[in-house]
Design a protein around this ligand. Structure first.
Ligand SMILES: *Cc1c(COP(=O)(O)O)cnc(C)c1O
Length: 384
């Protein structure tokens, strides 16, 4: 119905539906302003620009995330600096983050990994102490709340994705949320070709880009948004069941929950597989679970800095930002080592979010399958 209305209206871009979605989604996340855009990667870039991140600035990011968390930093000619994660949660570790702060550091991009909010109290304290911006990577955390406030405007701004694999989707799409009027104005201008608010159409004030969302995307998202609350609650209930039934399981480590997390979205349900306890390889365990009909997978195979993009070293042919003249130092990612991120890449097992919309019986099936494999693991030993 929403789509038909848009098709028949003759207005296919940047109109009423986009405006309505921006307002409704911002309100859903307890934020003041929403600036829609083409995807989550663009939302991160818009966030960095709107927070005033300049060429040569350092921005601290986790290595256990999707490439966009770090590549958006490179796109604005700034330098991603990797700090390690907490192995238990997969979230950026505030203590290791503090160790990586230098006089060039201007921002931190914590990822609420799998929908679990990071320790925002600790990050906001770092922001205050070192005068840093916090750009939340909220591309897993639609509906998550930290101390009863939605993610996205807990720091300076937050970047959401509505790409096909996400919990709420229009195929592609994104939005930046913020409580800050100044950030909102820059973000709106930057994402709309550098235009000015209420200014003549063909006047451009900053170097922007065309990153606008279409009415068709907003029409789909408005329909999806009506179900998001209910689905978030259902996923959380099912995840709670898995937590309770797996928490004492030999060789399975579930993700602990902080009391300050008042609602948790699950982009995926993660646990750690301790192969030393099972005496079989994780890949074999995953194959066996798949054979039992449980769709699990290992997730990120390597920490971001191990990607060819970063391992090429500083003096590549790319010029700025991989060897950024504004930085004044050589950039070399070949020596980076974040032990927890490395370990989690070897231990993680991910259950994708659609599974958590199934029934309690289906959750029981998951637990039963894990028990069955554990009991029969002798048969799987030595296999690779
Ligand atoms: C999906 C995702 C993004 C990027 O979103 P796109 O819409 O695909 O550009 C950024 N960060 C994380 C953690 C993601 O999972």
């Amino acid at each position: 119905e929403n789509l038909l209305k848009v098709f028949e209206s003759g207005k296919w871009w940047y109109g009423e539906k986009v405006k309505e979605f921006e307002e409704k989604f911002a309100s859903f996340q307890d934020a003041k302003y929403g600036i829609s855009c083409t995807n989550g990667t663009a939302a991160l870039e818009i966030g960095l620009i709107s927070c005033g991140i300049k060429p040569g600035d350092e921005v601290i990011v986790p290595p256990y995330t999707f490439i966009a968390t770090a590549s958006s930093v490179l796109k604005v000619n700034a330098i991603p600096v990797f700090a390690d994660i907490d192995i238990k949660t997969g979230n950026l570790d505030p203590k290791d983050t503090e160790k990586k702060i230098t006089e060039k550091t201007k921002a931190i991009i914590p990822v609420h990994f799998a929908g679990l909010p990071v320790d925002m109290d600790a990050f906001l304290e770092l922001a205050e102490k070192y005068n840093l911006k916090i750009i939340e990577d909220t591309c897993h955390s639609w509906g998550s709340k930290w101390k009863n406030k939605g993610t996205g405007a807990l720091g300076d701004c937050g970047a959401f994705s509505f790409q096909m694999s996400k919990n709420i989707t229009s195929g592609e799409g994104g939005i930046l949320l913020t409580d800050n009027k100044e950030i909102e104005e820059i973000a709106r201008s930057y994402s709309n070709c550098g235009r000015g608010k209420d200014k003549p159409w063909y006047y451009h004030y900053i170097l922007g880009d065309n990153l606008r969302m279409t009415e068709l995307q907003a029409a789909i998202l408005l329909a999806q948004l009506t179900r998001l609350e209910e689905q978030t609650i259902k996923r959380e209930e099912n995840a709670k069941y898995l937590d309770e039934n797996l928490k004492d399981f030999e060789g399975i480590e579930i993700v602990p929950r902080d009391n300050r997390v008042t609602r948790r979205s699950y982009h995926l349900y993660m646990f750690r597989f301790i192969k030393e306890k099972w005496e079989i390889e994780r890949e074999i365990f995953i194959k066996a679970l798949n054979a039992e009909g449980i769709p699990v997978w290992p997730g990120y195979p390597i920490p971001l800095y191990k990607n060819p993009l970063f391992q090429k070293k500083a003096k590549g042919p790319e010029g700025c930002p991989i060897s950024c003249p504004y930085y004044g130092k050589e950039i070399d990612y070949s020596q980076i080592y974040c032990p927890n991120a490395e370990k989690l890449c070897e231990q993680a097992v991910w259950i994708p979010h659609p599974v958590l919309l199934a029934e309690k019986e289906d959750m029981k099936d998951i637990v039963n399958a894990i028990e069955k494999i554990y009991k029969n693991r002798e048969q799987l030993k030595g296999k690779i």
